[in-house]
Structure formats: structure tokens, C-alpha cells
Design a binder for this molecule. Structure first.
Ligand code: SAM
Length: 339
């Protein structure tokens, strides 16, 4: 196990398999045009599996496939199967918007995927059209049903935005319960790509708890034993559970053990980090496993990032990057970094 300058282990890796997405959520990809990563820079499955193997040899036990929309990456079950054969991975998960999930759920299950998280911000198709510029709400619901039928443990992610969907907290809790899923409400974050972010639109953990307490009665915080898990989990009086990711108002940097690999092999130590480490160049120039191990080890040992906590101290907090800054370097985008 290697630890960084704040004693945080290298524990979980989010692997973005593509920067492309088939939704245009206004909190993530609100623009009409994007600069994409060059095709030839995208890592092959063999390259990804090799890098993941090196990360797991250094203590990473949790891998989450993400994007962009990971199910847009051709033949994702094959990559999933390659990773599932790595015995060091204790938790192999996928975050998806669900649009293509119904077609792939069985194949992903057979390939060895352990868990699925589906992003679901609203139960109303008209609202989704407005929020994510897609009229395929029914496909997301079909994806959720297929994931359940395939036997996955399911989570739902909801970004809560004032004036958009904060009136659906109870409906979403009820939906999750009816579908045997655990929902996590995520505070709207001022990450790269969220060019329309403003503090007023953030619905805080405190507010979410107040609304749910008014509806359900006393809510009990749960200690999961996993201090690095970003969602604080709670139990309703009837025993059902849910989570809140309070990354904007109460960030959890001190226990953050996660890092992110983009589809072109750039490794980020923090969602808010200005720069990442290029692993593709040494990988493609013949670096040995030992050389890559040394590079990853020394980079992690130098890590002192506390991006979300530092954002708390910014006066007149506004979007992290304006559009020009994002166009200048698409690695700054949430959909490139993998949320
Ligand atoms: N396309 C997949 C999906 O929709 O789940 C995976 C990638 S998406 C970037 C991963 C997660 O990031 C989603 O749950 C999304 O809601 C979240 N996300 C994106 N932008 C966000 C923002 N500004 N604040 C909070 N969460 C955000």
C-alpha cells in the first residue's frame, strides 16, 4: 500500500473509457460543441487492463468504469471480462446514464461486473428532455429494470438542482425503494464543464435532510465503516437507506482515496486538479511495468490535493472554468475525467 502526503492510501480508481456521451446534462455538458480527445490517443483494452493491473499491484481494490457514457465504448463487456480476471479487484462497478443498459446488462453480468450505478435525475420524461436533451427516459427505466433482472446490486445517482428537480426527492426515494436500489443525492458541483453552476442552485445536504425528515420522520446517519466512501448514508424510519454526496458544502477530501484515469491515459489525483500525469506516453514508448509502477508511486506519494475543500474557501464561488478554458484543454471537463 502506498500513501500520499496526507496519509491517504491509493484505494480506488475511476477509469473513464470514453469522453463521448449520448446525453447533454446541463450540469455537465451544456454546450453545443465539444473538443474531443483524439481517437488515436484513446487507450486500447489491453493498455487499460495493463495500467489497471499496475494500479491494483499498488493497492487499488475498487475499479469503477465511467465516462463520458461508458456503454458507448464498443464491446465494453470484453474489457469488463479482462478486468474481472484480475483477482486483486474486490469491487468492479459501472456508472452509466442507462440509455444503452438494457441491451448490455446480461453481457456485463456474465463478464463479471459486480455493481451498477445508474444516473437518474428525474422521473419525468419532459423534465429529462429539458435537463439532459434526450427524450429517451423510457430507455433509462428499461435499463434499470434490465440491470435488476440481470441480478446486479443497483444504485441510483441524482444530482439535485434548485429550480430543476429538488421537488422530486421523495418520489425518487420511493422509486428507488420500489426498484430495490439505493439512491444517492449528489450536491451540484462546480466541476469543469458545469459552466452554468451557481451557488444558489446548490441544494445542500442539510436541506435534503430537512425535506426528507419532514416527510418521513427522524433520519438516522449510518456509519459504513468505509471512511473513504463519498456518500454519507442514512436510514429512514422504515429501514430503507439512501446516501448524500455533499461534495460541495461538506467535502470529504481528508479521506479521499480515489483517482481518475481518462480514456487517453491521463491520471488525475483530484476532480479539481489543474493537471494530470500522462501515463500513455511512457506506456506507448515501451516503459516496463516497474517503470510505470515507479511513476505512479512517486506521483501518489507527492499528492496533497484537497480540491473540493479548497473550493469552499473561494469567495464569490463561480464555475471552475469558462468555456474557453475547457476548449483549451478538454481534460478539464467532468465528462473527460469521469465523474
Ligand atoms: N455517463 C455516466 C453517467 O451519467 O452516470 C457516467 C459519467 S457522469 C460524468 C458520472 C456522474 O457525474 C453522474 O452521476 C453525474 O450525475 C455526475 N455529475 C456530472 N456533473 C456533475 C456536477 N456538476 N455536479 C455533480 N455531479 C455531477
Amino acid at each position: 500500500m502506498i500513501i500520499d502526503r496526507l496519509d491517504r492510501p491509493l484505494g480506488s480508481l475511476r477509469v473513464s473509457v470514453t469522453d463521448r456521451c449520448n446525453m447533454r446534462c446541463r450540469y455537465c455538458m451544456p454546450e453545443a460543441e465539444y473538443v474531443w480527445l483524439p481517437k488515436q490517443s484513446i487507450l486500447t483494452f489491453e493498455e487499460l487492463a495493463r495500467l489497471v493491473g499496475i494500479f491494483t499491484s499498488l493497492g487499488v481494490e475498487k475499479i469503477r468504469l465511467t465516462g463520458g457514457e461508458p456503454l458507448l465504448r464498443h464491446d465494453l463487456p470484453t474489457l469488463t471480462g479482462m478486468l474481472a480476471r484480475n483477482p486483486r479487484i474486490r469491487d468492479l462497478a459501472l456508472t452509466t446514464n442507462g440509455l444503452l443498459l438494457s441491451r448490455q446488462a446480461d453481457a456485463l453480468k456474465q463478464a463479471g461486473l459486480g455493481r451498477v450505478t445508474v444516473s437518474l435525475d428525474t422521473l419525468r420524461p419532459d423534465r429529462m428532455r429539458e435537463l439532459a436533451r434526450t427524450d429517451r427516459h423510457a430507455d433509462v427505466l428499461a435499463g434499470i429494470a434490465a440491470a435488476r433482472a440481470a441480478g446486479f446490486r443497483l444504485k441510483l445517482n441524482t444530482v439535485v438542482i434548485r429550480g430543476v428537480n429538488e421537488d422530486e426527492l421523495v418520489d425518487l426515494i420511493e422509486f428507488a425503494r420500489a426498484h430495490d436500489a439505493e439512491i444517492r443525492f449528489i450536491e451540484y458541483m462546480d466541476v469543469g464543464g458545469a459552466t452554468g453552476w451557481s451557488a444558489e442552485q446548490v441544494v445542500s445536504q442539510r436541506e435534503i435532510l430537512a425535506v426528507l425528515t419532514a416527510r418521513y420522520g427522524p433520519i438516522t446517519p449510518l456509519t459504513t465503516g468505509d471512511v473513504s466512501a463519498p456518500a454519507e448514508r442514512y436510514r429512514l424510519p422504515d429501514g430503507s437507506t439512501f446516501g448524500i454526496v455533499a461534495s460541495t458544502t461538506a467535502p470529504f477530501c481528508r479521506s479521499c482515496d480515489r483517482s481518475r484515469l481518462t480514456a487517453d491515459g491521463t491520471w488525475f489525483l483530484c476532480l479539481y486538479a489543474e493537471r494530470g500525469t500522462d501515463l500513455r506516453e511512457p506506456l506507448r514508448n515501451g516503459a516496463t511495468d516497474q517503470e510505470l509502477t515507479d511513476l505512479i508511486t512517486s506521483t501518489w506519494r507527492g499528492r496533497s490535493d484537497r480540491g473540493a475543500e479548497e473550493r469552499l474557501g473561494v469567495a464569490n464561488r463561480a464555475p471552475l472554468y469558462a468555456i474557453d478554458g475547457l476548449r483549451a484543454d478538454p481534460h478539464r471537463e467532468m465528462h473527460t475525467r469521469g465523474g
